[in-house]
Ligand binder design. Structure first.
Ligand SMILES: [Zn+2]
Length: 263
């Protein structure tokens, strides 16, 4: 079978193990069913996720123009503390920003290679954790807007990591941490404005990824540099496809590539 479409991050289902899907305009590919099978992937073009034009992808699946102009690529996406919709202040498009920023957000702890703090919209739990390849995660606060989540994250960053090591995550060199204990010990650093939203009683979420064999060394595949690759799929973790020859492919960082996928 040959499927053609624009790569966007894999859709997921929180089951045991996690289920992954690639969604193309006319096809829906259940990636778990491709485990232990050969996949041939070829980049045949680009399609910006915003304007749809065949232009080089700059970041987050967007061409350079869209990345710097479209409301869905504003700085507050990556840096939630810069959110201003709660003040009625526009960055690029206030209506859009209100819709995204003025909704419940979660500040969480996730452990994919080490314990880290992060922010996500509540509607993205547990999707965000799946995308990061976290094997365990725990909510710390649930706040009514993105700004409050952002300032909480900034305050906690001085005391816990805010980055993960994707190599460690993919090699599965992980350890279990007591996130409830972490949450309690970080509580004192939560800004006063966010403290009323502290979640007192909750439990860790555990995630299981469909991986048959973890890679020992890693070779990262980038379709811009290497437009054609074939290999046997042995696992899926985070937004990565893991192949038998230690090649790992980050679907998310290749968003906007038009590919021919042969299975
Ligand atoms: Zn564009």
């Amino acid at each position: 079978m040959v499927y053609t479409g624009v790569l966007t991050k894999m859709q997921t289902e929180f089951l045991e193990p996690i289920q992954y899907y690639l969604v193309f305009e006319n096809d829906f590919i259940h990636i778990n069913q491709l485990l232990n099978k050969s996949i041939d992937i070829k980049r045949v073009g680009y399609q910006c996720l915003s304007c749809g034009l065949d232009r080089p992808i700059f970041r987050q699946g967007f061409c350079k123009t869209c990345f710097f102009e479209k409301p869905l690529a504003g700085d507050w996406i990556m840096r939630p503390e810069l959110s201003t919709a709660h003040l009625g202040k526009e960055d690029r498009d206030l209506e859009y920003e209100k819709k995204v920023q003025l909704q419940p957000h979660i500040v969480y702890l996730a452990n994919s290679s080490n314990v880290k703090v992060g922010v996500t919209r509540k509607s993205q739990v547990p999707t965000r954790w799946i995308d990061q390849g976290a094997h365990e995660a725990l909510e710390i606060v649930e706040v009514p807007n993105r700004y409050l989540a952002g300032i909480t994250e900034v305050a906690l960053k001085d005391h816990v990591a805010d980055k993960t090591n994707w190599r460690t995550m993919l090699k599965n060199e992980i350890k279990d941490e007591d996130l409830l204990e972490w949450k309690q010990s970080l509580k004192k650093y939560i800004p006063e404005e966010a403290l009323p939203y502290f979640i007192e009683n909750n439990k860790e979420t555990h995630l299981h990824f469909p991986v048959e064999k973890y890679p020992e060394k890693l070779k990262s595949l980038n379709l811009t540099k290497t437009p054609h690759y074939s290999g046997k799929l042995v696992g899926i973790k985070g937004q990565y496809l893991i192949f038998e020859d230690n090649t790992v492919f980050n679907v998310r960082s290749n968003e906007g590539a038009v590919v021919e996928l042969q299975v």
